[in-house]
Design a protein around this ligand. Sequence first.
Ligand SMILES: O=C(O)CCC(=O)C(=O)O
Length: 247
Amino acid sequence: MPESSNRLTRAEVDFFVENGYLGPYTAMSPADMAVVRREIDRHVLKTDGPNPRRPMQSRHMDNAAVYDLASHPAIVERIAGLLGPDLVVWTTNFWLKEPGGAEIPWHQDINFWPIEPPVNISAWIAIDEVSAENACVRLIPGSHRQFLQHSRAPAEMAIAEMVDPDAYDEEQAVNMELKPGEFFLFSERLLHSSGRNSSDRRRLGLSIRVTVPFTHIFQDSHLHPGHTAILAHGNDVMGFNRYAGRP
Ligand SMILES: O=C(O)CCC(=O)C(=O)O
């Protein structure tokens, strides 16, 4: 287990178990993230990436700056305090909301994902400054204790399925406002959403999806043939999944 300042306290572990999220924490300063942002703006957002159907997905495979963010010790060492020392970053995806960008309705990520068993902790790291004005992610604490039914979302929303509003109390929502370089962690079942970006500021974040080596990652519309994961911490004695090194 990590011996560094990234080691979670018992109180942090208990908070995660109770609420389904943790943070925010700092991976790097806003000045250091400005350097990473320049690389992302110049290369990642201007090129297609490895997944022909999802240009914002799996950019850890073709860009070293994204690979480094996805395997950042501040992130993976904290997740090791929750899932144990052997950790697989099975995918990554950018969330770009330009001014006017569409609402993402309340959902649980596991509803959409090709992993079995359904074990995942995500880190959402801010590339831009993120506030309520430019549509930060919102969470419902404690909503991860059940799997909720999803149904079709209205066409103007940014994802295809959502949870029925009767299933949660939006008054309980917590806004995850972040400086560039800050991140939070959340469970694969935690209800989350983000509003329309009604500001004139872009909002860019990266979700880093972390599981354990005994999880099988299937190919579906999320993941293209040839997809590879990162063995971000510890060892994989199971051999179920494919890894590649830093691009
Ligand atoms: O960035 C957003 O607004 C949504 C993020 C999200 O749904 C996720 O990371 O699973």
